[in-house]
Design a protein around this ligand. Structure first.
Ligand code: PHE
Length: 466
């Protein structure tokens, strides 16, 4: 235990903390997952629900987790127990989430790598061909190969314990990615395309679909699906309800202004997601129409090459930069997921870092292979309780984001709201005399609104209402 404590590094200042937490938070969730969900759910309503949830729910949970971490100075497996001795099981549930997410995160990391490799090999044209994505994922060797390279990169970083080293690059590359996303988002408003059957669609029309909620034909079930999607996405994107932010909080210094840091992380993460949506959705609408918006996980991969192609030669260079930076963002996030999996094993079983990384990364890679095979050898079409149809990857995604995370979040709300009381958290937030402006909102959220909503959505997600 003590040995553990003495090893616990802290972030030297609040900027270091924010950057590290943002590095974990900003990743494929923002750039790949948010746009495809927003598109699938028809744009505007999803966006509205997401923003409302982020400002209320997301903020309450994010700040709770970081405060739990900083207060207990322990990793998630033991931190919850320290808040209340009967509630240690939350740590175990929370641990399951990164364990489920990591294998498929590596698969998508492999997809990004494939596209990056394609652009770097000056084969931008190939990436634009309609069957490119499908023929890639249906080829088991290809998808496993790229996934393996991505997984090896993560493995090496965590094995050597050099995640801190990549922060150096992330200070440059993450803002660069943000600038690029803004640039492409603006550009995509101005694209125009005429179909073979003579229909012309513009980027501005696509942006209108993205921004303006359309309540026509909205049923109750559809609305619940949107809420469930938005909530799962929020957890995923902010890296909450899985113990990771508890671990980050435990490294945070006591004199850092917690609520301010949380605001910054939230604004940055949500900002990137909204912009990524604006970059991708109008383009999908322009090139593939409303039907194309239902593409699901493949959305980013089929739409971005179209945008780059429409830019001509400079587009190929832009594509190169884009996929490279997305790859980097994916890597900083996946490293934080693997780190969470590995460090808990080190804490719990006193394994060495090398042993823990080898065993856990090995197990996870075997699961990644199964996920890859879900698109070819083991292909099936599984109907999920929220009505969508998916393969193994979607099943994993659903299990973690729509079932496990709401469960962890619900338990956290009950623990903080009713058992330990919100004061435990607000005291931690204000312990240096800081102001906590959203305190009342926080209390209402964590005690009443969040648990009730979580319970409804959880029941819906396991199919009780269908
Ligand atoms: N939040 C990260 C993203 O948006 C993903 C992630 C999930 C990171 C779980 C850590 C833990 O891509």
């Amino acid at each position: 235990m003590d040995e553990n404590k003495s090893q616990r590094n802290t972030f030297s200042n609040s900027l270091g903390f924010i950057l590290a937490a943002a590095g974990s938070a900003v990743g494929l969730g923002n750039i790949w997952r948010f746009p495809y969900l927003a598109a699938k759910d028809g744009g505007g309503i999803f966006l509205l629900v997401y923003i409302i949830l982020a400002l209320t729910f997301g903020f309450a949970l994010l700040i709770s987790e970081i405060a739990i971490g900083r207060k207990t100075k322990e990793s998630p497996l033991t931190a919850y127990k320290k808040i209340n001795k009967h509630w240690g099981f939350i740590g175990l549930f929370a641990y399951a989430v990164p364990f489920i997410i990591y294998p498929y995160y590596c698969v998508i990391g492999g997809w990004v790598l494939k596209y990056a490799a394609c652009y770097f090999a000056f084969q931008a044209d190939a990436a634009t061909e309609p069957g490119f994505f499908t023929s890639f994922i249906t080829n088991p060797y290809q998808s496993i190969l790229y996934c393996a390279i991505f997984a090896i990169l993560c493995f090496v970083i965590v094995y050597k314990g050099v995640e801190k080293g990549i922060e150096k690059y992330s200070k440059v590359l993450m803002p660069a990615l943000a600038v690029m996303v803004v640039f492409i988002a603006i550009y995509s408003l101005f694209i125009k395309h005429t179909d073979a059957d003579g229909v012309t669609r513009t980027g501005l029309q696509g942006a209108a679909i993205y921004f303006i909620p359309n309540f026509k034909g909205l049923t109750f079930t559809k609305f619940l699906t949107i809420c469930l999607d938005a909530m799962g996405q929020l957890f995923y994107s902010l890296s909450i309800a899985m113990g990771i932010m508890v671990a980050y909080g435990s490294y945070m210094k006591d004199d850092v202004n917690l609520s301010k840091s949380v605001n910054r992380i939230e604004i940055f993460d949500t900002g990137i997601a909204l912009l990524a949506g604006l970059m991708i959705i109008p383009a999908v609408y322009v090139f593939n129409g409303v039907e194309g918006m239902k593409a699901g996980p493949s959305l980013m991969f089929v739409s971005m090459p179209n945008i780059f192609a429409s830019l001509g030669k400079p587009g190929a260079v832009l594509g190169m930069l884009f996929f490279f930076m997305v790859l980097f963002a994916a890597l900083t996030s996946s490293v934080s997921i693997l780190e969470a999996i590995v460090s808990s094993m080190i804490d719990k079983f006193k394994w060495s870092r090398k042993k823990a990384t080898m065993i856990m990364a090995g197990i996870e890679f075997l699961i990644s292979i199964i996920v890859c095979l879900g698109y070819n050898v083991f292909y099936f079409e599984l109907k999920l309780p929220n009505g969508s149809v998916g393969q193994i990857l979607d099943l994993f995604d659903y299990a973690s984001n729509n079932v496990m995370m709401p469960l962890v979040a619900l338990f956290t709300c009950i623990l903080i709201g009713w058992v330990a009381k919100p004061k435990t958290i607000t005291d931690e937030i204000c312990k240096n005399g800081e102001k906590f402006r959203r305190e009342l909102l926080y209390k209402i959220m964590i005690k009443f609104v969040a648990p009730v909503l979580l319970l409804i959505l959880l029941l819906f997600s396991v199919g009780v209402f269908s």
